[in-house]
Design a binder for this molecule. Structure first.
Ligand code: ZN
Ligand code: ZN
Ligand code: ZN
Ligand code: ZN
Length: 446
């Protein structure tokens, strides 16, 4: 079966999933929707639900966990321990046909997942993580279901290699789940399909034409594409134990752009890359820059990396003013040197953009948003959920600032992207449609 750009390839329900602890009490543990008033499970006092319906639907998966949580109170298991425990109980209780997921004419069960146990045995960091987790599991589940050490190691490997982060509508990772069907697809840094979620349900959508449903045609990205080849390869190796050999990873020219600088010719806006000892502009060819410039560029890039790490920590604490100050300081230093396609630099802008939204600095957010947009289009391509969501955020800001024509243009583009990347029932469509209607109405009143 062939798929056109925007077609749904697969809808996959999770084999097991959990809401991440940091969002407990903010999102429903069952449907993963954000809710103002959630009701606590009166037994374990741990899980939260929208209503009786969600609680009832969750009960089959929560029943045993609830007892374990109650018994261990006030100790709280980690998300990973809860996910493993849920899977252990699933493996004991699931009967046919729920054990399998069908994808075309392929049937996949938990036993079909890759575990890479041999590779994990040679990875001291992972192995150590396993030792910690196995103790926590033994302490959390009841002895009657506790797998042997070998079985548990296998389960641990399968979940480590195959689980997905579950994102909310703004692409924030709020949960983690295992999907038997979706986990059969391999990674590429130039994916042919993308994943979005509605609650815990996973949807796989084609972002280019795909001739058939097979693992040689459908590729998804396991990580954020806004990264250098070195970073992507390093992270894929550490998390999934493979060396990415995709076309993007072999494209040296494209990789140089991820650390590019501004062209010294003031009327040129193209990125300039450092190749051996010379500087090459995509547009102007070889350009003259002083040797000392190299040192300055490296220092600026290193500074962006350092600041990004710091801002990541501050973001967890919602310290937006501090993030903004740090980002702004870094931007002032780098803006006359680094190009917007430089991934380390655009990440700084991204933090600043997000901080501005939270601090209601709309004009600054608008300017940053426009710059980021160009970089996103280059790195993610125009059929990526992150690109669509960024357009939507920018459109909303433009609308708020009453820059109506620009807002309409951006929101129309957002609508086109979201149609490709998201399902027709996705909440993002409604949000986009409402913003666009409001914008067009205000334009008519002018
Ligand atoms: Zn719910
Ligand atoms: Zn409970
Ligand atoms: Zn790659
Ligand atoms: Zn140039």
């Amino acid at each position: 079966m062939a798929f056109k750009k925007g077609d749904l390839i697969l809808k996959s329900e999770p084999y097991a999933y959990v809401l991440c602890s940091e969002f407990r009490g903010l999102y429903c543990d069952h449907c993963l929707k954000k809710h103002q008033e959630l009701h606590k499970c009166t037994q374990c006092l741990f899980s939260f639900y929208c209503n009786k319906n969600c609680q009832k639907s969750a009960w089959l998966d929560h029943k045993q966990e609830c007892l374990n949580l109650k018994r261990r109170r006030p100790a709280r298991p980690t998300d990973f321990v809860r996910l493993i425990a849920r899977i252990i109980y699933k493996l004991k209780t699931l009967t046919l046909p729920d054990k399998y997921e069908e994808i075309g004419n392929i049937k996949r069960g938990f036993e079909d997942l890759m575990s890479h146990v041999e590779l994990i045995k040679n990875d001291p960091l992972r192995l150590n993580q396993y030792h910690v987790i196995s103790k926590l599991i033994a302490d959390f589940v009841t002895p009657d279901v506790l797998p042997s050490n070998q079985e548990l190691f296998e389960i641990f490997g399968k979940i480590t290699i195959n689980s997905y982060s579950i994102c909310d509508i703004e692409m924030v990772n709020i949960g983690v789940g295992l999907y038997l069907g979706a986990s059969m697809f391999d990674h590429s840094c130039r994916p042919t399909a993308t994943i979005v979620f509605e609650g815990p349900t996973l949807f796989l959508k084609a972002v280019v034409g795909i001739s058939q449903l097979s693992t040689t045609k459908v590729f998804i990205s396991y990580l954020d594409l806004l990264a250098s080849t070195y970073e992507r390869k390093r992270d894929l190796k550490a998390q999934y134990y493979f060396d990415c050999m995709c076309a993007t990873c072999k494209d040296e020219e494209k990789d140089l752009i991820t650390s590019s600088i501004l062209c010294p010719n003031t009327n040129c806006s193209q990125p300039t890359v450092m190749k051996k000892d010379s500087f090459l502009c995509i547009e102007c060819g070889e350009v003259k820059l002083e040797k000392t410039k190299q040192q300055e560029i490296s220092e600026l890039i290193e500074n962006c990396k350092k600041v990004n790490e710091e801002m990541m920590q501050l973001q967890k604490l919602n310290k937006y003013q501090e993030i903004y100050d740090k980002a702004d300081d870094s931007i002032q230093k780098a803006k006359s040197v680094l190009h917007i396609f430089n991934v380390h630099y655009v990440r700084v802008l991204d933090f600043a953009f997000d901080a501005c939204i939270n601090l209601s600095k709309w004009e600054t957010a608008c300017n940053l948003g426009k710059q980021i947009l160009k970089s996103y289009r280059y790195h993610y391509g125009n059929s990526h959920p992150n690109y669509g969501i960024h357009l939507l955020k920018l459109g909303k800001i433009l609308l708020y600032l009453e820059k109506l024509l620009e807002a309409e243009h951006i929101l129309l583009e957002a609508s086109t992207v979201i149609k490709i990347t998201h399902t027709p029932t996705h909440q993002l469509h409604t949000i986009c449609h409402e913003l666009l209607s409001q914008c067009q109405m205000e334009l008519q009143l002018k």
